[in-house]
Design a protein around this ligand. Structure first.
Ligand code: AOF
Ligand code: ZN
Length: 336
């Protein structure tokens, strides 16, 4: 199952809105096949694992380890549970149940009805943690929210003139680009665009650009020379103007300046995970409503003495772990 989790991870950034799924086939104590869900719309993990075995007669009687309950529905592909039955797999060990209403125990039932031994819950916590975006989507019907900022060790995100350059080191900045490649949307407020004119693309990591989401409640970001207006990524601007679509720029009327309203609209637009990158006011808004799931805080050894104060995590936020990236420390917080 550990290997299946490792394989599933290769799908991160490519499978949204689907879950990350890995599958390992074991016969007589040896791995005979491996697969993972590589890209949305393509084969599921189980099918890729089956296809990886050149001598298909070997599959009969094997044990399949799958991080998620095999599906029971006809979607982009036929049901994986049926395929496991056809291939005469003897036993299926599942990480966690699939809460998708189209599956939700249906895959387990197909397997059991065919006389296959099924076990559910091996490394369940790890599997559920890996699929936290998908589980949040299914259970709460909203995007998974990751807050991210860089701050000095004395607690500032920018100098008094809003200059925020050179807080975290270059490896940390590359790590942020990896995060961008793995997430569906990246959200910032008006001040960040006005003071930093960021491009909000993934330049330091291979992968896609997330949808740029900008909150501009007073409709002030009209300067077409701003980097967010380049054609490199789909862009959604929430402002007071009427809804409109124009090339890659989509405007949504901010009927209610409330994180829940924004998240609901983004979910409708197919954005299943959002990185809230700033600034302090926007991040504070999300922390105050409690509508966030994870925070990544990059703390550099630099000090500014004064400036724009960093957000402070309140409520149910708990520090899960800290990792070192050269001289920066990244704190990973989880909202319970
Ligand atoms: C599996 N193995 O590898 C994945 C599963 O749109 P579709 O047809 O790809 O179906 C997506 C749904 O199937 C998804 O919401 C989830 O319930 C399940 N994903 N199931 O057995 C896989 N990716
Ligand atoms: Zn499937």
């Amino acid at each position: 199952m550990q290997r299946a989790i490792q394989l599933a991870e290769y799908g991160r950034g490519y499978v949204s809105p689907n879950p990350l799924v890995g599958c390992v086939l074991v016969k007589d104590g040896r791995i005979i096949g491996e697969g993972w869900h590589r890209r949305h719309g393509e084969n599921h993990a189980e099918v890729n694992a089956i296809e990886s075995v050149s001598d298909k007669s070997q599959i009969k009687g094997c044990t399949a380890y799958v991080t998620l309950e095999p599906c029971a529905h006809y979607g982009n592909t036929p049901p994986c549970a049926n395929r496991l039955v056809e291939e005469k797999v003897q036993k299926v060990i599942i990480g966690h149940r699939d809460p998708n209403p189209k599956v939700n125990g249906g895959g387990i039932k197909i397997l059991k009805d065919a006389g296959i031994a099924v076990e559910v819950g091996l490394l369940e916590e790890e599997c559920r943690y890996q699929n936290r975006v998908f589980l949040t989507n299914m259970e709460l019907e909203r995007p998974f929210i990751v807050l991210k900022w860089a701050q000095t060790s004395d607690g500032f995100v920018a100098r008094k003139n809003f200059d925020s350059k050179w807080i975290s080191n270059s490896l940390s900045r590359q790590q942020v680009h990896k995060l961008r490649a793995e997430i569906d949307g990246i959200l910032v407020g008006y001040n960040t665009i006005y003071y930093d004119n960021p491009e909000l693309t993934t330049r330091d990591w291979p992968g896609k650009n997330p949808v740029r989401v900008i909150l501009d409640p007073r409709n002030e970001l009209t300067d077409r020379k701003l980097n967010i207006y380049n054609k490199k990524a789909r862009t959604i601007i929430f402002n007071s103007a009427e809804n409109s679509d124009n090339d890659n720029i989509q405007k949504i009327k901010l009927v209610d300046f409330d994180p829940s309203f924004v998240l609901e609209k983004l979910y409708e637009e197919g954005v299943r995970s959002v990185l809230v990158e700033g600034g302090s006011i926007t991040l504070g808004r999300w922390i105050n409503t409690g509508e966030w799931d994870e925070a990544q805080v990059f703390v550099s050894p630099t000090t500014f003495d004064n400036g724009i104060p960093a957000p402070i995590i309140t409520g149910q936020g708990k520090l899960k772990k800290e990792k070192q990236i050269e001289d920066d420390i990244v704190q990973i917080w989880i909202n319970n």
